[in-house]
Write a protein that binds this ligand. Structure first.
Ligand code: ATP
Ligand code: MG
Length: 338
């Protein structure tokens, strides 16, 4: 029998109540699964719900609706001890290495904290040795044990955050924009480190980023989010070579191409209008107010998230499961180079 995906989320929603009358739909009906050993990239503009998705999966936020299954077991059906064990196997690397490390703790305390909570070391000697080994694994000096976070650069701090996430030997890591707060010069180093660790340890990873340039390099599949929704999901290669959703096409057209001749000639898709508020999202398709291909049906019906081709999912009436209804009103500019 085929083994279940390591993580499967179905119809996951996370709504925040803003005052008593307003609901902010940060994550709205997301379906996806991640197989053991794969890296799934999640991309989308600031505020589209990436961190909320990650935090809800981690259990840092209580979900509003939907289900989350880890290794085939629904988390709602787990008892306290099973849930505690699951949390040991699931760790998060946070977006901001400056805010996520307690400034009053030493590197030893920071990295050892998850081990202390789960009581995984027999004594102080073992604890210290384990932290030293983790420091080496993430490319830091063993001698850093008694230093404080403020003594380190952003890249080094993120390495400390990574060592901390690895402390319990997890199966699954959610890396929430682990490089976006770092200098461009160290971003690739941290991505390389994550890629190496992923391979060596057989980790399953969800790698969150706000643009598509670095995600391709680390992810086997990529999901694109817009205003709380997953609008497209496929292999990295498919996403770059034949993106189906107009939003994905626009995101791709924003990535600079290193060849100046192509770069000069290619057309960009500039999205019109502002990102709508998740408190008052557009009816029907949430992307329709900015979509160059908008059609009459888009305001009326929310497109289903359907498998358009083998393993390639999109939520768009252009690729709808009701073919008779999907007719473009206007042709949008091509995003192809040249
Ligand atoms: N704790 C919270 N309470 C209320 N609203 C929240 C909370 N956390 C996030 N939001 C709102 O939910 C939406 C999604 O936020 P989220 O932080 O998940 O986006 P993001 O995609 O991670 O953005 P960024 O790329 O800037 O990190 C935003 O409108 C945000 O203001
Ligand atoms: Mg975020």
């Amino acid at each position: 029998m085929e083994s279940p995906p390591l993580l499967k989320i179905s119809h996951l929603k996370k709504y925040f109540e803003i005052e008593r009358t307003q609901i902010l739909k940060a994550v709205d009906d997301i379906n996806l699964s991640i197989s053991s050993g794969e890296t799934l990239g999640i991309v989308g503009e600031s505020g589209c719900g990436k961190s909320t998705l990650g935090r809800t999966i981690m259990g840092l936020y209580q979900k509003t609706e939907g289900s989350i299954a880890f290794n085939g077991v629904d988390i709602d059906k787990m008892n306290t001890s099973e849930r505690f064990q699951m949390h040991r196997r699931m760790q998060m690397i946070f977006q901001d290495p400056y805010a996520s490390l307690n400034p009053r703790s030493t590197v030893l305390e920071l990295i050892a904290e998850p081990m202390d909570v789960h009581k995984t070391c027999k004594n102080n000697k073992e604890r210290r040795a384990r932290v030293e080994r983790l420091l080496e694994e993430v490319g830091l000096n063993r001698g850093f044990l008694n230093r404080y976070p403020h003594e380190f650069s952003g890249g080094q701090r993120q390495r400390i955050g990574i060592a901390r996430a690895l402390a319990l030997d997890p199966d699954f890591i959610i890396a929430d924009e682990p490089i976006s707060a770092l200098d461009v010069s160290v971003q690739a180093q941290v991505v390389d480190l994550l890629k190496r660790l992923q391979k060596e340890k057989g980790l399953t990873m969800m790698f969150i980023a706000h643009d598509l340039s670095m995600v391709k390099y680390i992810s086997s599949r990529i999901g694109v989010m817009y205003l709380g929704h997953l609008v497209e999901l496929t292999t990295s290669r498919n996403l770059y070579e034949k993106p189906l959703h107009p939003y994905t096409q626009a995101l791709l057209s924003a990535i600079p191409i290193p060849d100046p001749d192509i770069e000069e000639k290619r057309e960009r898709i500039i999205l019109k209008g502002e990102l709508p508020s998740p408190i008052n999202p557009p009816t029907g398709c949430v992307f329709r107010t900015r979509c160059p291909f908008v059609m009459a049906i888009c305001a009326k019906e929310r497109p289903n998230f359907v498998e358009v081709e083998d393993g390639h999912f999109a939520a768009c009436h252009l690729h709808s499961d009701k073919p008779g209804l999907a007719r473009p009103l206007a042709k949008a500019p091509s995003h192809e180079p040249g």
